[in-house]
Design a protein around this ligand. Structure first.
Ligand code: UT7
Length: 331
């Protein structure tokens, strides 16, 4: 049996740091409010003129280096983002060209905060069926161009940050190691609760001055509803993933949750009766980087020696759609 594993990991965060105090100069908010409700202290913003595929290229470069591979060794690209370079074509195509590659297939995945886990599941399936052997999976976001830095947009603006994380997925030489299983879910009844409706294809044309005047170019979120469902679904999908592998919660060495809100992850840890230290968090430094948050965190826990060989790793995400999922890896 072929099992897929992660062969290399990389991350890239833009240099520009934006603190809560910086945001408080632009609209009515405070460091205290943001820290208390979300845990966030600062986030990174890409400079003007930088594309999502540029951040992805940097993370991909680092992932290739850590896998001891060259770009030419890749045979497929999967790109998860909700902030693509352009509405179409997919950012995977832009990234491919920027990496100096041609011909290999590129797939964009549009599953928001769960985008990385959905992408990983596709890569895992491709590798296990023998279709590809060296897949680049990247999650990258530039939120800073799409946030309303006003009192109306403040609930969303304070949460999100820019960044990219990447992994290389390929066959494992040890069938007991690698991605054990991934569990994906969605509930489209909640699709409007967190969305950007700027591209409304039912309107002719889909974008007008009115779209801008009505503020439809900014994401809208019913935060409390997201929070409520997230703290239920995260423990649920973790339990599902454990059960599928005959594992117990105590078997997990490290949880890498999507970084949406520190309070959500603290709630989930408490519900599962897992010590908070086992739930890695870096939201304090980067905010919510959506599809990039899990691979960024993965690259940090490897660098810091927190994740070690043979560890059982549980990655979990929840976000817009709603979409959610969990992936269990024997490292
Ligand atoms: O990746 C998935 C994406 N999203 C999430 O996971 C988000 C999940 N939800 C959340 O994280 C929380 O709902 C938020 C952090 C977004 C908001 O926290 P909350 O405790 O649900 O606050 P709220 O929206 O109920 O607002 C409470 C008050 C309101 O004022 P009033 O009506 O009580 O006077 C808001 O207007 O806080 C106000 N408020 C703010 N105040 C200062 C909302 N945003 C801000 C802000 N700064 N940035």
């Amino acid at each position: 049996m072929i099992r897929a594993k992660i062969l290399g990991v990389g991350r890239y965060l833009p240099e520009k740091r934006v603190t809560n105090f910086d945001l408080a100069k632009m609209f009515n908010t405070s460091d205290e409010w943001i820290r208390q409700r979300t845990g966030i202290v600062e986030r990174r913003y890409a400079e003007e003129g930088v594309y999502c595929s540029d951040l992805a290229r940097e993370a991909a470069r680092e992932a290739l280096k850590s896998a001891g591979m060259k770009a030419e060794d890749l045979d497929f690209i999967i790109f998860a983002t909700l902030s693509p370079d352009h509405h179409f074509p997919g950012s995977g195509c832009y990234l491919q060209a920027k990496m100096g590659l041609t011909e290999i297939g590129c797939l964009d995945i549009r599953n928001q905060c769960s985008g990385f886990l959905y992408s990983l599941a596709v890569a895992d399936a491709f590798v296990r069926m023998g279709m590809y052997k060296r897949i680049l999976v990247v999650g990258a976001e530039i939120h800073s161009s799409g946030l309303s830095f006003t009192d109306e947009g403040r609930d969303v603006a304070v949460i999100f940050g820019d960044g990219a994380g990447a992994v290389i997925v390929g066959p494992s030489d040890d069938p007991s190691r690698g991605i054990l299983s991934t569990h994906l879910h969605a509930d489209g009844r909640y699709a409007d609760i967190l969305r950007l409706e700027m591209f409304d294809i039912s309107r002719k044309p889909y974008l007008t001055h009115q779209t801008i005047d009505e503020g439809r170019i900014w994401p809208k979120m019913q935060g409390k509803e997201v929070f409520k469902v997230a703290v239920t679904k995260i423990p649920e999908v973790i339990e599902e993933a454990l059960q599928a592998n005959g594992l117990k919660i105590g078997d997990v060495d490290l949880f890498l949750p999507h970084q949406a809100n520190l309070r959500i992850n603290q709630f989930a840890a408490a519900r599962l009766e897992v010590p908070e230290e086992k739930f890695y968090s870096n939201i304090q430094r980067y905010g919510n980087t959506t599809a990039a948050s899990i691979p960024i965190a993965l690259s940090e826990v490897l660098e810091q020696g927190i994740l070690k060989e043979d560890h059982l790793l549980m990655m979990v995400a929840f976000g817009s759609g709603f979409t959610w999922g969990a992936s269990v890896i024997r490292w």
